[in-house]
Design a protein. Structure first.
Lengths: 233, 233
DNA sequence: AATAAAAACGAACGCTCGCTCTTTTTAAGG
DNA sequence: CCTTAAAAAGAGCGAGCGTTCGTTTTTATT
């Protein structure tokens, strides 16, 4: 099998992780300042501590039973907080979902911003695919939650969530179209963009398949990129 | 772009649809006889009529608000049935989800059985990919529901649901491995199988993207198969 | 037309839900 | 150490949930 130009090497997951700006506490601090109007607590220190407890508990319970089926009393016993503490933090139950949407939005915007700084379209594509793949793994519970619980959001936020995915697809499609022009031509660009996106989502939607060492994320990323590049010829 | 061996032509969606054994009423009749112990009504005629109302309503409401958030009173006003009528039909709410799982199981088993009758692995692969793609579109609300609402099932049925997906992946993987042996070698077979599966799921999970004429299912199927075959060299 | 079985009805039940609100505890600045 | 504002506590509330069950209506058979 002949190695194609852009495959292998380049940015690794380990490197990406080192430069990733949203460690757990840092993320909660940012979410606190971005969502002050949804959060009753005024001092960052307490807000971060409670948010951490609430979202950890949510991400433990929701994949098993779903967000609607998770009661606030489930959340209390999982977090150790009281009703008053939880309500002071998040104001109401659906704000949990709203804040998750905000976190994912934050992550996605960063990825696109980075990719747009690359002028070479091949590099930009790599940056976008790896950025989305790696970031969605580092923020796996958040991406997973938003995908499965979009229907639990108020309508306006549901629309935001759908736009978010469309924006990613469009971004990919444009780069692929540009790269395709340079060669003969291959598959419809939207088909390849769709493939790339669903391969990325596969990874954060079915975490149990990738828990074991199995295939590393870096190999996975390389295979995806190779598949894309090969589709051009 | 050079046309590959197994691309284009072969079984079309229209042909598949004509031979598909589960028209709406036929499907409910089969589900009735497969799930007699979950269903309180004894005469097929009434069972089919009520099941049809209940599942149509479910598939209208659930994609918007989720299964847990759909109350039985929502279901009553959407179906026009009474509380007694609904409970006589399905015994309890979670049986709606259990019967959906059974319907999807039925569909998947058929596909695998058909594909296994093909001796040529190339033909078998085509049969499996198209069978799964086309069947999951004809039964779209059922497949969609099971994917998003597996967490609403009792544990034993959740396990069934997960096995179902694994079985499809394994079936694909075996064929791909066999076909790969005949050429040099390419990507890991499980990677290609995963790609095929997620491209199929993409179609029934995001129906709004494919409502418009846009790209026909047949072209989509051909592109998928071509991508697979090209990965061998 | 009479009868018995099946299906449909819908008010009522007990329970759990998300949320509020009064009270108590904690934290931080002077 | 006192003060005061922020945070935490948790009993209690009304609404709405899934489910039950005594009754009525429909269906099929004689």
């Amino acid at each position: 099998m002949i190695k194609e130009s852009n495959s292998s090497n380049g940015l690794t997951f380990a490197e990406f992780k080192n430069h990733f700006p949203y460690s757990e506490d840092a993320l909660y601090a940012v979410l606190f300042s971005r969502n002050k109007e949804l959060i009753g607590i005024r001092r960052e220190k307490f807000a971060v501590r409670n948010l951490k407890k609430i979202f950890r508990a949510t991400f433990k319970l929701v994949p098993k039973i779903g967000f609607q089926a998770m009661s606030l009393r489930d959340l209390l016993s999982e977090t150790g907080l009281s009703m008053g503490g939880v309500y002071l933090t998040i104001t109401n139950k659906e704000n949990i979902a709203v804040i998750v949407k905000d976190a994912v939005t934050l992550g996605c915007d960063d990825i696109v911003r980075n990719a747009r700084e690359e002028t070479d379209p091949g590099k930009a594509l790599e940056c976008l695919v790896k950025g989305y793949l790696f970031a969605s793994l580092l923020l796996q519970p958040w991406f997973y939650f938003l995908y499965f619980e979009t229907r639990s959001l108020p309508q306006a936020h549901q629309n935001d969530s759908k736009s978010l995915e469309r924006a990613q697809a469009t971004e990919l499609e444009q780069l692929i179209r540009e790269l395709q022009k340079q060669t003969s031509n291959g598959y419809p660009p939207e088909f390849i963009a769709t493939m790339a996106l669903s391969m990325i989502q596969e990874r954060y939607l079915k975490p149990w398949k990738y828990k074991q060492p199995a295939q590393s994320v870096d190999d996975y990323a390389d295979n995806c990129l190779q598949l894309i590049h090969r589709s051009f010829s």
